[in-house]
Design a protein around this ligand. Sequence first.
Ligand SMILES: Cc1cc2nc3c(=O)[nH]c(=O)nc-3n(C[C@H](O)[C@H](O)[C@H](O)COP(=O)(O)O)c2cc1C
Length: 429
Amino acid sequence: METKLLSQFVGDPQQHSIERAIEHGAYQAWQKVLKEIAPADLIQIVKDSGLRGRGGAGFPTGMKWGFVPKETLKPKYLCCNADESEPGTCKDRVLLEGDPHAVVEGMMIASYAIDCHTAFFYIRGEYDVGQVRMSKAIDDAYAKGFLGKNILGSGYDLDIVVHRGGGAYICGEETALLSSLEGDKGLARLKPPFPAVEGLYNCPTIINNVETLANLPHIVMKGAQWFAGLGTEKSKGTRIFSVSGHVKNPGNYELELGYSLRDLVYGLAGGILDDKPLKAIIPGGSSTPLLLPDKIDTKLDFESVAAAGSMLGSGAVIVIHEETCIVWVAEILAHFYMHESCGKCTPCRQGTGWMYEILRRIEAGHGKMEDIDTLLDIADNIEGNTICPLGDAAAVPVISTVKLFRDEYVYHIEHGKCKVRSQFRLRVK
Ligand SMILES: Cc1cc2nc3c(=O)[nH]c(=O)nc-3n(C[C@H](O)[C@H](O)[C@H](O)COP(=O)(O)O)c2cc1C
């Protein structure tokens, strides 16, 4: 069963209007924060709640806020990361379109906690409806006096600026996002310094994911202990899982962390399309290692998915049935990473292209047996040798598919063709 916390009003077609959102309790948490909670206490509440980032890495949110220097004279910034480009992931979109005021309110609460007076909402260029709804939500929040100068007589000022990205996966990586916001090409920066200390315009900056921020009004209203009671010992709260691929009912499902992968795939998502056998699952977006069917009873929380050999990542569960060519899966993912590599680091810029070319050759039936080791060698030379984790992400599908399905690569090379064919097979140019 779903636990609809963030998505509870998403199905209401009017929830994007401020009137309906207020009817459903929007901005109560914001008023409570302004009247009753000091910034340091707010950070402690979020620490106590156990909330971890929903953007991919799962870093504890309150702890990250705590890294912002208190004594600095520089302005502090908050950026809401709505770049959402990891293949398979479409969870932020439902919040931006279906309950934008929850995201705006989350941005307000986070800004107050870190003493930020100008926050940025960074959204990928392709999210038209999300951008329109968020811009309107922000305008309406100004009109109601929830944003601007001396908000509700509290003495606290906050502006939110909307920034529309060009539509690049790399701009979801936090340092590339900052470069893009500053008007440069979206190229990643070396860390440290981490953005919390030196980010936008060299000032302390917190970057948080849309879903992370949307949790904050609930934590403020219902308390840290209540939130910490949801989920598992180390993975608290809910997550919106985007289920795609070979399932009967693809879609977004909000689940308490710790929910069983089997119940998600075979229960809520209706099971495998045409009742075919399951071949593999990518549990956390395209940059996370594949899991074989024997891991179907894995619990969907950060620790359990890691113990099973993968990562919870962005919560995008991609289901692959038995008749799918795994070399083709690796090829389309390699094409994506080649296309999205920002080109700053040589191993990623060159390696993603080479991996794609070799995979394409194998898939087309012209592979050589040594190609398999060459692929692994290239992936190994990318992994850990780039400024940002896009390189690691590109290496993962190659390493993971060769490790789990080496026999399929060998068959392709020996027979010049695939032993299985997906009915969804599309050619990537
Ligand atoms: C290549 C790449 C793309 C990313 N894309 C996104 C994204 O679209 N949205 C997001 O929230 N985080 C994305 N991240 C993670 C961010 O760098 C960052 O960790 C996150 O926004 C922090 O927010 P959180 O602590 O609330 O999770 C990406 C990371 C990498 C390496």
